[in-house]
Ligand binder design. Sequence first.
Ligand code: SF4
Ligand code: FES
Length: 282
Amino acid sequence: MKISINNKELEAFVGETLIEVARREGFFIPSLCYSKEAKHKSSCMVCAVKNCATGQIIPSCTTLPTEGMQIDSESPDVILTRTLSLELLLSDHRADCDAPCKVACPGDFDVAMMNRLYDQGKWRDALALLRDTLVIPATLCYICNAPCEKICRKGDVNRSVSIREIKKELVLKTELNKISKPESNGKRIAVLGSNPAGLAAAYHLRKWGYDVDLFERESSVLIPYIHTEQLPATILELELAVIEKMGVKIIHLAEYPAINDYEGVVAVVHENPNPQWLADFI
Ligand code: SF4
Ligand code: FES
């Protein structure tokens, strides 16, 4: 079919969008969200052009030409639309500059960085990043419903990155024999409760040099706080072994702590803490 762009008559083939015709013919039209390989919905409007017959501004990346269409791609109002669209995007673009998987992760984990390191074969660095952010990453993989995978942009092209599988694979590479105890700064901290937050507090305090005693009134660690049906015991054991190897001492209620022995106390209690237990301690 015949159309014109900026008064130049040209041929458009069936199935081509306006931007494809224009670019084939050497006209420059910018684009942002457009990708020939991906399923596409126009959203950024950076590729705006004007339909001269109606005066309407339209996205060239998704509009199919019709016979006799006259397109303007360079007048001031077209350029202004593109500029305003870009400014609007830049005013609220958090999930575009930060990878959506990171934004979606409740643990604020830098999934994209892990994937990059993994892809480069730097699995120790990827594992260190994983451990330092999520502390019990493989456990979380089993109990998290993975909003990161649901929002993964690769899903628009074919299938999402299997983020949880990568994390599980990395955790299974943990070299327990290479984990050393960070040097002590001589100060003791008590952490109350072995839920994920308690374990994270214990891990990071130990990394910063504090001697950490982690108190748990139940006979097992973490288990009382999560649904464990889908969590292999070996995974949990491995992750707890890392924390213990670093020197965190896990103490069940029988060994009641004396508050004066500690520089500080981190109480990470769950929804229904035993008030007497807390009162006795504090
Ligand atoms: S599986 Fe959950 S915890 Fe892990 S990166 Fe994805 S959203 Fe974060
Ligand atoms: S390139 Fe984003 S709407 Fe066309």
